[in-house]
Structures are given as structure tokens and as C-alpha cells.
Design a binder for this molecule. Sequence first.
Ligand SMILES: Nc1ncnc2c1ncn2[C@@H]1O[C@H](COP(=O)(O)OP(=O)(O)OP(=O)(O)O)[C@@H](O)[C@H]1O
Length: 264
Amino acid sequence: MTEPTPAEFAATPEEHARLAEGALVRADGVVAGYIPGVNILRECNFFLREGEIVGIIGPNGAGKSTLLKSLFGLIPVREGSVTLRGEDITSKPAHVLVQKGVGYVPQTQNVFPSLTIEENLEMGMYLRPKLFAERFAVVGDLFPLLVERKKVKAGALSGGERQMVAMGRALMMDPSVLLLDEPSAGLSPMFQDEVFIRCKRINAAGVSVIMVEQNARRCLQICDRGYVLDQGRNAYTDSGPNLMHDPKVIELYLGTLAGSQEKK
Ligand SMILES: Nc1ncnc2c1ncn2[C@@H]1O[C@H](COP(=O)(O)OP(=O)(O)OP(=O)(O)O)[C@@H](O)[C@H]1O
């Protein structure tokens, strides 16, 4: 079979723009990169509707993490736009986005190892310290471990527990949107399941979620919608179940390995 190029099975930018109308977060034609003259994202389109959990999957180096960083103002957007509730937030710095209700959990180095769990969560609240107790109670409901072990230094925790601290810290500011960069990376299968369950719970608590994931099949199982990114462009977007069962997506991105990992 001839490999379809992304353009052959992508929604056109016009179709995508129509679908994106009224979205909570929206990226249109985003071009971004790290090195001058080298674009990693090449006219990338994205949207997240209020209440959705949306997964971004695709091969290594496709630009998934770069898309999250460009939404969160961590790398400048060279062309195109990013909006939040219709407001232009293109290349706005991360601390401004946090105040506007966007939380971000990076893939690595996402906790302060020498600080306790409680102190890590306090760092998440530096903009609104008076609300700490109130927010800690809410976040503690989602992650009881953070309360039980609040005096333990984050450096002494397992990878899965650190991930909970990182997510908990981002949730302390009561975000309406949470960006998660490969939350299951490096975790044992048991902890991976735990992380996906937590993501679903966070979403059920009213937070819209954008999740980049290597574990594509598991991600699509819990997502309302997914994007397949390839070479800095959207190759495909559809509901999680539709993507999971699409023969082209299976052949190109999910593959036999992911197929063998399929869960009931
Ligand atoms: N800080 C950086 N400086 C220069 N190039 C970078 C930087 N970070 C990422 N890149 C490059 O950008 C491209 C996309 O990387 P990105 O991390 O967005 O990919 P990804 O789809 O998230 O894949 P992976 O799962 O492998 O991280 C890669 O070619 C990568 O080498």
C-alpha cells in the first residue's frame, strides 16, 4: 500500500476552522521552532472545546511537545495565532497564561526534589498564597497521596508519585485548561494506568485537558478527540475511538506493538 501523505487525509484548514468555532483554546496556522530559520510546527491547527480531553499523538519528533510549548508561550509563534476563549494569547508569556487559567505540566524536571510535597504545591500557588488551604483540600481529594505524604521530599518519591505532585501543583491555581506533556512517560504499566485514570478524573472535575502522549492507544481510549501530528502538521483529527480503529492511523502510528497492548 502506498503510504498516504498527511495532506491526503487531513481536514482542510477551512474545515478545521469551521469545527474550531467557539473553541476554548484554538491554534490556527501556527509556525514555530527553536532555531532561526528552522520551523518545527508548519501551519499547525488545533482546537480544544470546553470540557474536552484531547490527545495529541504521532511519531517521535513530530512536534507534539513543541505544539504544547507554543500554546503555553514557551516558544515564540512565528506565524499564525493562538486564542483562549477568543482572546489572542499568541506568544503571551507562561505566567500570564497561568493567571488566565492555563496550567502546564512539563514532561521532565517537573518537581523540586529538595522541597516537600506541600512546599512543591505552595510553589504552584505563589500567585494566590491565601487560597492555599482551600485549594490543597480540592487537589487532595483528587490525589489523597499528596495529603498523606505532604511532609515527604519530592526527591524521595517514585516517578508515578512525582507525576502526581507535578499535576497537583498545576491544579493548585484552579486552571480551566491543563496541558500535560507525556504524563505516562517512564512509568511502570501500573502507574501508567493510574495516571490515565487521574487525567480522566481531573477532566470530570471540570478541567479541559490537552495531553501529549507516546502511549497512543491508551491515550485515545480516554480522550474525546485526538490529533495525529506528523512533521509539524496535523495529519488527522477525529474522535478517540474513530482514530483508534482507523486503518490508516493503525498502520502508520499505532502499529502492531500498540495493537498488542490493546486493553479491553
Ligand atoms: N530545545 C530544542 N532546541 C532545538 N530543537 C528542538 C528542541 N526541542 C525539540 N527540538 C526538535 O524539535 C523537533 C520536535 O520535537 P518535539 O519534542 O516537539 O517532538 P515530539 O513529537 O514531542 O516527539 P518526542 O516524543 O520524541 O519528544 C525534533 O526534531 C526535536 O529535535
